[in-house]
Design a protein around this ligand. Structure first.
Ligand code: NAD
Ligand code: ZN
Length: 341
């Protein structure tokens, strides 16, 4: 299954297919004609999938790789420097291809190396977590954490191609899987009612579900490549979610799940959100074992006012109108304060 991302420059294709990891060379051949490929991955993913990818690629390419320790703690300037050094030691040249094999951490940091080393190298994403397959593999945002701030150093860098193999999700542990489900359900909530129906009725996450989820993000990204407006819609559930994530230690996707319920409650109170949205989203979250704890959104409004989305006295809330439809709803600080009364 192919999904084409149409941008002003650097349009590219995402291929979603079971077993594509062992077939990658056929796809990469179409877009990369040089000899040398460098794979970047983490120490978990390398044990699972690196050798089969290398075996597949070495029929046509000269393949080298660099592995770094897994986890968000590695998404920093030290790992970035380590990767650049290792690549240079291995004689990487301008125009050589990088492959990001792994979750969002591998994708973000490899994309950033690809965006900066030699002022830009081609790279291909092979995302291996649910989150990275249906979310971070698209949109061109790359970067690392720095100065205690997430993703504060980064660049927009589009891949040459993305290859998604749903079979690799079988080795993902439950909590990582659920983490991705939070964002997947979010895509359905803001952009595709059919996706929500499939989530309720299908037994497994398959190519169709992954591609419908990516398609929601695709449409938003194509309309707003550099994150200047409409992409804000992807923040549905995040305004309250970020606060809950930090305060109560949930994983990101779990916090987004709770955040969506709060945003729906708020939308219903404001007369913007159709009431049926609540039970539909609630049932899907339950089905996928995501938390559905019912906090009161009014309790978090003070913190929302301090959040980064509070641009020049206006807070942008992303509210559903109906299942699969959302709007950006602006409130002044004063209006937010009045909600509490
Ligand atoms: N660029 C974007 O647009 C964007 C969007 C959303 C999130 N992100 C970033 O993505 C990161 C989170 O990504 P993530 O959730 O994929 O985390 P991750 O990359 O840390 O992966 C989670 C864990 O799963 C392991 N893993 C990966 N694939 C596996 C597989 N197939 N089987 C077994 N284990 C596997 C990893 O080694 C890691 O321990 C964050 O840094 C976040 O900022 C970026
Ligand atoms: Zn998110």
């Amino acid at each position: 299954m192919e999904l084409k991302i149409n941008l002003n420059n650097n349009s590219y294709s995402i291929y979603i297919e079971k077993g594509i990891l062992n077939n990658a060379v056929d796809y990469i051949n179409k877009v990369y004609k040089n000899k040398k490929i460098y794979i970047i991955t983490d120490d978990n993913v390398s044990k699972l999938y690196l050798s089969s990818l290398i075996n597949n690629l070495k029929a046509n390419y000269d393949v080298d790789y660099v592995v770094f320790p897994h986890g968000e703690d590695s998404k920093n300037i030290n790992t970035y420097a380590f990767l650049c050094e290792e690549l240079l030691k291995r004689d990487i040249r301008r125009g050589n291809l990088l492959i990001a094999l792994g979750g969002g951490v591998v994708g973000d940091i490899t994309g950033f190396v690809a965006g900066t080393l030699y002022r830009g190298l081609p790279y291909i994403g092979i995302p291996t977590t649910l989150l990275s397959q249906m979310d971070s593999s698209i949109g061109g945002k790359t970067g690392i954490d720095f100065f205690n701030r997430k993703n504060i150093l980064g660049a927009f860098k589009q891949p040459l191609m993305v290859l998604i193999d749903p079979l690799v999700l079988n080795t993902l542990d439950n909590r990582e899987f659920n983490n991705g489900m939070g964002e997947l359900i979010k895509h359905g909530a803001i952009g595709n009612k059919k996706l929500l129906n499939l989530l309720l009725n299908k037994p497994n996450i398959d190519e169709e579900i992954i591609s419908l989820s990516l398609n929601v993000k695709k449409l938003v990204v194509e309309a707003d490549e550099f994150d200047l407006g409409d992409r804000m819609k992807l923040n549905f559930g995040h305004t309250f979610g970020h606060i809950i994530e930090l305060k109560y230690g949930y994983k990101h996707g779990e916090a987004v799940a709770i955040g969506m319920l709060l945003a729906i409650k708020m939308g219903i109170d404001l007369g913007i959100t159709n009431k049926e949205c609540y039970s539909i989203i609630y049932n899907i979250l339950e089905k996928y074992n995501l938390p559905t704890i019912e906090y009161n959104y009014l309790d978090f409004l003070d913190e929302v006012l301090f959040d980064k989305k509070n641009i020049s006295g206006v807070v942008n809330f992303i509210l559903l109108t109906n299942v699969g439809e959302c709007i950006i709803y602006k409130l002044t600080e004063e209006e937010v304060r009045r909600l509490k009364k």
